[in-house]
Ligand binder design. Structure first.
Ligand code: TYD
Length: 212
C-alpha cells in the first residue's frame, strides 16, 4: 500500500520590509529546482476571495476598522485561503510557502492595538485550527525595514503608517513567539539576500525531512 503524499506547510513571518517576500520566492525557486511542487502564496490573500478582503484591510485610514472587526476580516480571509488554496495543495503533496499566516494576526491584531490575544486565539481554534510545519521568522532592524517598506510607496501601507514604535514592539513579539514555539526558526535578515536564502535553504533541509 502506498501512503498518501504529505505536503509541507512553511510560513514566513517578520516585520514590514524584512524581506519575506523576496525570500519566500527564492525558497520556492530552490525547492522547485529539487523537483518539488511548490505553491507560493501570501496573506492576507492567496485565493480570489481573500485577495478582495486584502484590499479592505490594507488600504485606507489606519482607524478604518475597529480592532475586533479587523480580526474577523483577517480570519475570514485566512479561512478562504485555507479552504481554496492551502488544503488542496497539501493534500496533493505540494510544499505550500505562505508569506505570512496566523502568527501575523497574533502579533499585529493580538497584542499591539489592544490586548485581544485571547480573542485571536479563540477564533483561530474555531475557524483555522492548523499551524505551519515550519515558520521562518525573518529578524531585521525595524528602522531600516520601515524605510524599505515605505519606500515601496504602495497603497497598502496602513500598518507601516502606524510607525517605528509599533515595528519595534512587533519585532519583540515575533522573537518571543519563536522562543515559545518549536516550529519557529529565527533567521538573521540583515545580510545579503543570497546569504539569507542560503541559511533558509539549510534550515528547511534540516527541519523538514523530504516528503515521500
Ligand atoms: P505584507 O504584504 O506581508 O507586507 P510587507 O511585505 O510589507 O511585510 O503584509 C501586509 C500587512 O498586513 C503587513 O503590514 C502586516 C499586515 N497583516 C496583519 O496585520 N495581520 C495579518 O493577519 C496579516 C496576514 C497581515
Amino acid at each position: 500500500m502506498t501512503e498518501a503524499p504529505t505536503g509541507r506547510f512553511i510560513s514566513f513571518e517578520g516585520i514590514d520590509g524584512s524581506g519575506k517576500s523576496t525570500q519566500a520566492r527564492l525558497l520556492a525557486e530552490h525547492l522547485r529546482g529539487q523537483g518539488r511542487e511548490v505553491v507560493l502564496t501570501r496573506e492576507p490573500g492567496g485565493s480570489p476571495g481573500a485577495e478582495e478582503i486584502r484590499r479592505l484591510v490594507l488600504e485606507g485610514d489606519p482607524g478604518r476598522w475597529s480592532p475586533e472587526t479587523e480580526i474577523l476580516l483577517f480570519t475570514a480571509a485566512r479561512r478562504d485561503h485555507l479552504e481554496r488554496t492551502i488544503r488542496p495543495a497539501l493534500a496533493r503533496g505540494a510544499v505550500v510557502i505562505s508569506d505570512r499566516f496566523a502568527d501575523s494576526t497574533r502579533m499585529y491584531q493580538g497584542s499591539f492595538r489592544a490586548n485581544l490575544r485571547p480573542l485571536v486565539d479563540q477564533l483561530h481554534a474555531l475557524m483555522i485550527g492548523v499551524e505551519p510545519d515550519l515558520t521562518l521568522i525573518l529578524d531585521a532592524d525595524p528602522a531600516i525595514s520601515l524605510k524599505r517598506g515605505l519606500a515601496r510607496q504602495t497603497a497598502e501601507d496602513r500598518f507601516e503608517n502606524m510607525g517605528l514604535a509599533m515595528q519595534e514592539a512587533l519585532r519583540e513579539g515575533f522573537l518571543a513567539l519563536a522562543r515559545s514555539e518549536a516550529r519557529c526558526a529565527v533567521i538573521d535578515a540583515m545580510r545579503t539576500p543570497e546569504a539569507v536564502a542560503g541559511d533558509i535553504a539549510a534550515t528547511v533541509a534540516a527541519r523538514l525531512e523530504p516528503a515521500a
